[in-house]
Each structure stands twice: as structure tokens, then as C-alpha cells.
Write a protein that binds this ligand. Structure first.
Ligand code: ZN
Length: 158
């Protein structure tokens, strides 16, 4: 008898999950049911964090493979900005076999990408497992950095 494969589909957002002690970040999905809100002092135009005037961001910043648009010094509009806060209960680091659909933030409902997540697993090095690379389109990092809406379908572990 064939084993029944169950899967669950969740609505949420994609984001880059970075933890202290890990290099870079992981492409992840946050279930909308477990998203809370927090308020931070940020620029309302470019979303730059605010750490005081002497650290005021000045123009575009490069983060890894993508460029984060940022206002020039003196052009920021700083105030309280409500942002999503993550919860481990609804956090899914993307795995092989996950089926993901990413939607546009601006043109509501437009599908930007849909498909199965495929990771490139490098060989073991000195008995250590090195982090897998994501085989994804170039725009992926930007969508994840800006927490685009998404659907994730994950198969239940057999
Ligand atoms: Zn700004």
C-alpha cells in the first residue's frame, strides 16, 4: 500500500533569516499566523535603521548580492515604523522539495515566481557539513530582503 503523502500550504512572507553565529542568512518563510508587529525608528522612505545622526545612511548600500536603495544623507524621513516580528513557531527555512510561490507587493496578486525549491549541497569538508547554496533566480534575494508575500507548501516528513 502506498504511503499517503500529506502536505500543508501556508500563507505568509519570505525573508532572510539571519542568526548570530551563522554566516550570511538563510532563505526562509514566515507563516502569517505567527507574525506579530514591532515598532522601530526607521526612515519611512527607504526603511533604513536609525542609530543616531552620526550613522545616518548616505545613499545606496550593498548587502551581499543586492543593492538596498537608500536616501542620501539629510533626505531621510525618520519616525516609528511598524514591522513584522518573527516567531520560531512559524519559521520555515527553505528545504528541498518545498513548493513556493512569491507574489508581487505592488501589483497585488501577480505571481513573480513559482516552483520547487532546489538546494545545491556542497560535499562534506573535513567532516563538516557546509551550508547549501540556493539554486534560485537573481531577483530572489531582493524579494526575500523586502519580505514579499508568498505561499509555501511543505510535504509532511515520512
Ligand atoms: Zn531614507
Amino acid at each position: 500500500m502506498a504511503r499517503a503523502v500529506t502536505a500543508k500550504t501556508m500563507r505568509g512572507v519570505v525573508f532572510i533569516h539571519a542568526e548570530t553565529g551563522t554566516e550570511g542568512g538563510w532563505l526562509a518563510f514566515q507563516d502569517a499566523k505567527h507574525i506579530g508587529t514591532r515598532t522601530e525608528q526607521r526612515c519611512r522612505k527607504c526603511a533604513a535603521w536609525w542609530h543616531g545622526d552620526e550613522n545616518e545612511p548616505d545613499g545606496d548600500r550593498r548587502i551581499g548580492d543586492f543593492v538596498m536603495r537608500s536616501c542620501k544623507r539629510g533626505e531621510h524621513d525618520v519616525g516609528p515604523v511598524e514591522l513584522p516580528s518573527w516567531d520560531y513557531a512559524g519559521l520555515y527555512v527553505l528545504e528541498d522539495g518545498d513548493f513556493l510561490t512569491i507574489y508581487d507587493k505592488d501589483a497585488l496578486g501577480a505571481v513573480l515566481w513559482t516552483g520547487e525549491v532546489a538546494l545545491v549541497h556542497p560535499p562534506m569538508s573535513d567532516g563538516m557539513r557546509t551550508r547549501p547554496a540556493y539554486r534560485v533566480p537573481a531577483d530572489f534575494m531582493r524579494w526575500f530582503a523586502l519580505t514579499y508575500p508568498a505561499l509555501l507548501t511543505r510535504k509532511a516528513k515520512a
